[in-house]
Design a protein around this ligand. Structure first.
Ligand code: ADP
Length: 261
């Protein structure tokens, strides 16, 4: 059963005759709500680091008072600035993805090279969490698309598996080529995600655990960016997960986007 919002208007049509107009405004109201929520969330996300920065700047007005704390203050302020920078960056990426249909999809992307580069960075983060990170990449895979966009898709999925899971787990990144196209997947043996959250993960700012995600520097925009980016390849992100067993995030790109040797 769905609730509908109806708008009712009556106007005089002729002498003694009235016209009644009933408009179903459910969708308009839903869009307005989504817009309002988006701006409220975005403002809140920016305000949090700004408050921290303001506090430290206030204290550092008097150098005598801050004394030994300066090093820590400097570290926190730098972290908060990076956080704001990455949030603004992600918001710009999203708005571009949502509005720009003319995005250049003609790059010749060498996925093997791209994943080799990401592996180095991911490996160093995984090491700090004593996680086993394993890349299985088929040879010579090139696709046609937007390089920057593709990089952010695979980076988000790989780093999510490391960031959002406890120490000591396994993370496997697979890139496979087959007749119908290619499949990219990130499989982890981490904490897993409940079904009711899975459906909402690609919503902007949606996080299973806000506090935990914020602590890892997450804004909740990563998977929304993945979702909109994959639209350009006529495909979608698939998520399978079991609590305490782990998750699998994957997508398939059709052969028409795959470049032959
Ligand atoms: P962010 O990483 O900035 O928090 P994302 O949109 O990338 O935002 O992810 C949304 C949420 O999905 C995360 O906050 C986290 O709760 C959950 N998530 C994503 N990937 C995983 C994963 N591999 N394992 C467990 N939870 C995950």
């Amino acid at each position: 059963l769905r609730t509908h919002i109806l708008e009712l208007r009556t106007m005089q049509y002729n002498e003694g005759e009235f016209l009644m107009i009933i408009r179903d405004t459910t969708q308009i109201k839903q869009l307005e709500d989504m817009k309002r929520t988006f701006f409220a969330d975005a403002s809140h996300e920016l305000r949090t680091p700004m408050t921290v920065l303001k506090g430290y700047l206030e204290v550092s007005k008097n150098p005598n008072e801050i004394g030994d704390m300066w090093q820590r203050a400097h570290k926190v302020m730098s972290e908060q600035l990076i956080r704001m920078e990455s949030l603004v960056e992600q918001l710009l990426t999203l708005s571009k993805l949502e509005s720009d249909n003319d995005i250049d999809l003609n790059d010749d992307i060498n996925l093997v090279t791209m994943l080799n580069q990401i592996e180095i960075e991911a490996m160093s983060l995984a090491k700090t969490k004593k996680q086993n990170l394993d890349f299985n990449v088929d040879k010579d895979i090139r696709v046609k698309g937007n390089e920057e966009q593709f990089r952010s898709v695979v980076t988000n999925l790989i780093f999510n598996a490391i960031k959002h899971n406890p120490n000591g787990i396994d993370v496997r990144v697979n890139l496979k080529k087959f007749n119908e196209g290619i499949m990219f997947e990130v499989v982890d043996t981490g904490r897993g995600i409940e079904q009711n959250h899975i459906e909402r993960l690609t919503e902007r700012f949606y996080r299973v655990d806000k506090a935990r995600s914020r602590a890892t520097g997450g804004s909740g925009l990563g998977l929304a960016i993945v979702k909109y980016s994959l639209n350009h390849y006529d495909t979608s992100l698939k998520i399978e997960s079991k609590i305490n067993e782990g998750s699998k995030f994957y997508f398939i790109i059709d052969a028409k986007f795959v470049l032959s040797q």
